[in-house]
Design a protein around this ligand. Structure first.
Ligand code: ADP
Length: 227
């Protein structure tokens, strides 16, 4: 079995294609993520980090190039097939937590598991275990509004991990937090990923955090270069 969890090959993406004002964001980006590898994605704002993450997370399609997740080629596959892969194999984390406000922290982690066919009791056990691992054992019954920004984001990490995806994609996951909280929350994320074999691609502006990852890649003129 291949240890390659995510492979992007020759990804090209332009907006307003063929029209005046065409924006060529990705011009042949290549990336390979091995199992267990945590990689920082750095680039200035507007360089195309979100575009790349959305293509890797099957939320958007490239104009050219191929996306493979856990060995499966997803290019040109049906929406249904892509949705199943997204639900089972990919965890996505945004800058803002996007937790469902009317549900508790634990319920926010349970719901995606139920959608994936896990039983209520197994989903509950896993949610509480994940919360405990990020230091939120006692916060399961709290709604997001009753949690601090750093706590909300740690719950969002647990939710992204709920279905044990092979690939974790994060778009500036600590961008909304003050430096101290950012550091702590990043540490919680590394704890969750450690030893799972999961690979992660984490966009960040924070070069100190980037330096704590296994590898740093930079998006430069639409291609990825190793720093
Ligand atoms: P980053 O995440 O690095 O800040 P983005 O991927 O959000 O960069 O955006 C890259 C470029 O693509 C920017 O110039 C942005 O304005 C442009 N862009 C992003 N989405 C769209 C869209 N839907 N339509 C047109 N241009 C877009």
């Amino acid at each position: 079995m291949s240890d390659l969890m995510l492979e992007l090959t020759g990804i090209v993406k332009s907006y307003n294609r063929g029209k005046p004002g065409q924006v060529d964001v990705l011009r042949g980006a290549d990336l390979q993520l091995q199992s267990g590898e945590v990689v920082a994605l750095v680039a200035p704002s507007g360089a195309g980090k979100s575009t790349l993450l959305h293509i890797a997370g099957l939320l958007d399609t490239p104009n050219e190039g191929t996306v493979q997740v856990a060995g499966a080629e997803l290019t040109g596959k049906s929406d249904r097939r892509r949705t199943v892969t997204r639900r089972q194999d990919i965890g996505f984390i945004y800058q803002f937590h996007h937790l469902l406000p009317e549900f508790t922290a634990a319920e926010n982690i349970i719901l995606p598991q139920l959608a994936n066919g896990v039983s209520q009791s197994d989903a509950e056990t896993r949610a509480l275990d994940l919360l405990a691992r990020v230091g939120l054992r006692d916060r399961g019954t709290h709604r997001p509004a009753a949690l601090s920004g750093g706590e909300q984001q740690r719950v969002a990490f647990c939710r992204a991990m709920a279905n044990q995806p092979g690939v974790l994609l994060a778009d500036e996951p600590t961008g909304n937090l003050d430096p101290g909280t950012s550091d702590q929350v990043f540490g919680a994320l590394m704890e969750l990923v450690a030893g799972t074999g999961m690979s992660a691609l984490i966009a960040t502006h924070n070069l100190e955090l980037a330096a704590r990852m296994d590898r740093v890649v930079k998006l430069e003129d639409g291609v990825l270069v190793t720093v």
